[in-house]
Design a protein around this ligand. Structure first.
Ligand code: BT5
Length: 328
């Protein structure tokens, strides 16, 4: 869909009633036959649009795809999502967003795909990304903070996603699993992958990649025991545009507040309240070692606080945490 088609769609979705061809010609500075061509493009894209002589055009229904015209009506942000790029299919929205960030795309730009052929997790892992059901998107940030603060963004966005999920699917009890997952009933619903380009004292940009399983009805066998979707948890279908907008709506004010703080202290109560690992016995696999102990909290800088089996108070900055069964 080109820019004008998307804008006409947005206009029709705002109007909800018939808009005359003349009005669209005037607003967009195009001819009647050009309007007709754009309506054809939209119809080919799956939009059900009435055309009635003497009355004009009316959008009958939206598609539920996370495209700009369907997301914008839910957005309350100033910057996040106001520059919006949608692809039906791409290798990875994080890869695309990084390339676009290098080209100078502004902070708040969002890259969304309906499906990914090479969705990425941490450390070369794969993010399963089928079409038509879930959310895969990446947000470009230019926080202008020392790179040492950037890992805090993963927890910050986890809070925003948690808040959005609590609003959109209020019957759920999602929990944040340090450092980058949201789980429901012990299964992964959402993953976050933050990638940055930086020098020690200067962050050029950060790409915050988010995958949320929304309306997926069946999971591949490799994920069946460890993952879930909003549909599988509730039996209901959810609006992807609304959920995407809600994440951005919650994240922008948190991010703006964080820029004016030194650390995550201002959201620690929230993080600890909804932390899956709080007061649990865990094992954390790190690149060079494995640490076991009881989680006592999250530090102001976003590290996991653990009292180790040997009685040491440890701060863990990265790794993969697993819950251990309590010894009786
Ligand atoms: C993550 O990595 O959880 C980060 C996932 C980020 C995905 C988004 S989608 C938009 C943006 N573009 C990208 O290319 N990526 C981001 P990690 O903690 O390493 O978890 C990866 C593991 O989660 C895999 O090894 C699987 O076990 C599991 N997994 C894969 N696909 C999943 C899915 N759709 N739902 C739940 N779990 C999944």
């Amino acid at each position: 869909m080109n820019d004008v088609s998307a804008q006409i769609l947005h206009r029709l979705s705002q109007a909800r009633e018939f808009l005359s061809g003349e009005e669209l010609c005037r607003e967009f500075g195009i001819t009647r036959s050009a309007v007709w061509k754009h309506i054809g493009v939209l119809r080919a894209d799956g939009y059900d649009i009435d055309a009635v002589t003497g009355r004009g055009y009316r959008l009958k229904s939206l598609t539920g795809r996370p495209v700009e015209a369907e997301v914008i009506p839910f957005l309350t942000t100033r910057r996040f999502g106001r520059n919006f790029l949608y692809h039906r299919i791409t290798a990875s929205t994080n890869l695309l967003a990084k390339a676009l960030a290098i080209d100078g795309l502004p902070e708040g730009s969002v890259v969304v795909a309906d499906s990914q052929t090479g969705g990425r997790g941490r450390m070369g892992r794969t993010w399963v990304s089928p079409s038509g059901v879930n959310l895969y998107f990446s947000l470009i940030l230019r926080p202008g903070v020392p790179s040492i603060r950037v890992p805090q963004l993963t927890l910050l966005v986890a809070v925003a996603i948690h808040q959005a999920l609590s609003k959109v699917a209020s019957s759920l009890i999602p929990l944040i699993k340090w450092p980058n997952d949201i789980l429901v009933n012990g299964k992964k619903l959402c993953g976050v992958l933050c990638e940055m380009q930086s020098e020690p004292d200067l962050t050029h940009f950060v790409v915050v990649g988010i995958g949320i399983n929304v309306n997926q009805t069946e999971l591949p066998s490799v994920l069946r025991d460890i993952a879930t979707s909003l549909f599988l948890e509730t039996g209901s279908l959810f609006s992807r545009p609304e959920l995407l907008a809600s994440v951005l709506n919650h994240f922008e004010p948190l991010y703006d507040a964080w820029l004016h703080q030194d650390d995550l202290a201002f959201i620690l109560p929230y993080l600890e309240r909804y932390s899956l690992l709080q007061f649990q016995d865990v094992t954390v696999d790190q690149l060079s070692r494995t640490v076991s102990g009881t989680v006592t909290g999250i530090s102001r800088c976003g590290e996991l606080k653990i009292d180790s089996a040997e009685g040491q108070a440890l701060l863990i900055s990265s790794g993969e945490a697993h819950l251990r069964k309590k010894q009786s």
